[in-house]
Design a protein around this ligand. Structure first.
Ligand code: F6P
Length: 341
């Protein structure tokens, strides 16, 4: 079998572990050939690819990013790929394509699959917002980075009697804010799923100071927004890939809290630090298992599906299930987090 693999969308710790695992299982386990397309679907459309053998993936397990490069692609070009997928498969002589990516990539994978290309998807994203799988690799690493940031910010906040507003990634799903906020013991957590009350945050800080605690940390997802009309807030614009661009809720909220509390507040935007660097052991293992199972699925003809963690097992679920809606934080998980404030 000849397998094509690509990584698309925003990068994520663990991508290299999947690529390595695919190559190991395919080459050593099945005597397959593997080629890697560069910069996501661009490489597939424009003919940039290279053979991947065991040497090509040696030493990459712990490396962040992706050795293949990644890119987001405009919807028009993805449609072009779907329309030409039969020719593309023939051109590269591939029997199956394994795209590794988030919601956009898996939606493109579904389009290609429905257009007739044999596809096995592998979900990735630090946001953990892909439906159908209990976890995506990258998330554990991002939560670890954000948790460490909160831990560190607490000591400097306390020294200066400040409020720290830590903005973490998560446009529509607040998993990183929820779990890093819980793990770091943030005093307020604001998620995209539930508009926050700025008055409640002000009250929480005032009560802490009244109890003799001289600092507070608020963990806010980039896509969080206030209850309408309670503080100045601008909606972001939509970029050329169909993604909403946000306008800095962390900074906006710090300004608001400082004004209302009369205490110093500082925003800290963690941004791409959460995506960079080496994956945690958990993410390396999950990514490796996904890669192994993707190759097995290709050999058993389970096309149009993606790997998924269900409990402790890796199962194959239809791509349609993975992309029909985002997996957001359910209300009961938010309630649990609120109880730790
Ligand atoms: O989807 C992953 C993600 O890291 C989001 O959490 C974040 O909003 C977005 O990508 C950032 O995208 P970019 O790297 O294009 O700025």
């Amino acid at each position: 079998m000849r397998i094509g693999v690509l990584t698309a969308g925003g990068d994520c710790p663990g991508l290299n572990a999947v690529i390595r695992s695919v190559v190991h299982r395919a080459v050593a386990g099945h005597n397959d050939e593997v080629i890697g397309f560069e910069d996501g679907f661009k490489g597939l459309l424009d003919g940039y690819y290279r053979p991947l053998d065991l040497n090509a993936v040696s030493g990459i397990l712990a490396r962040g990013g992706t050795i293949l490069g990644s890119a987001r692609l405009e919807r028009d070009r993805l449609r072009e790929a779907a329309e030409n997928c039969a020719e593309l498969a023939t051109k590269y002589g591939i029997d199956v394509l394994i795209p590794i990516g988030g919601e956009g990539t898996l939606t493109a994978a579904r389009m290609l699959s429905e257009a007739g290309m044999p596809v096995v998807g592998v979900p990735k994203t630090i946001d953990n917002d892909i439906n159908g799988t209990d976890r995506t690799f990258g998330f554990d690493t991002a939560v670890g980075v954000a948790t460490e940031a909160i831990d560190r910010l607490k000591t400097t906040a306390e020294s200066h009697q400040r409020v720290m507003v830590v903005e973490v990634m998560g446009r529509h799903a607040g998993w990183i804010a929820l779990e890093s906020g819980m793990a770091g013991g943030a005093h307020g957590i604001c998620l995209p799923e539930r508009p926050f009350e700025v008055d409640s945050l002000v009250k929480m800080v005032e009560e802490r100071f009244a109890r003799g605690k001289k600092f507070a940390v608020v963990c806010v997802a980039e896509g969080a927004r206030p209850v309408e009309g309670t503080m100045p807030y601008e909606k972001g614009v939509i970029d050329q890939f169909g993604h909403e661009r946000f306008t800095g809720i962390g900074t906006r909220l710090a300004v608001e809290l400082e004004a209302r509390l009369g205490k110093e507040a500082r925003p800290v935007i963690l941004g791409h630090v959460q995506r960079g660097g080496t994956p945690t052991a958990y993410d390396r293992v999950l990514a490796t298992r996904f890669g192994w199972q993707a190759v097995e699925a290709a050999h058993s003809g389970q096309f149009g599906k993606m790997t998924a963690l269900r409990g402790t097992n890796i199962e194959m679920v239809p791509l349609a299930e993975g992309v029909h809606e985002l997996k957001t934080v359910p209300a009961e998980r938010m309630d649990e987090a609120e109880s730790v404030f």
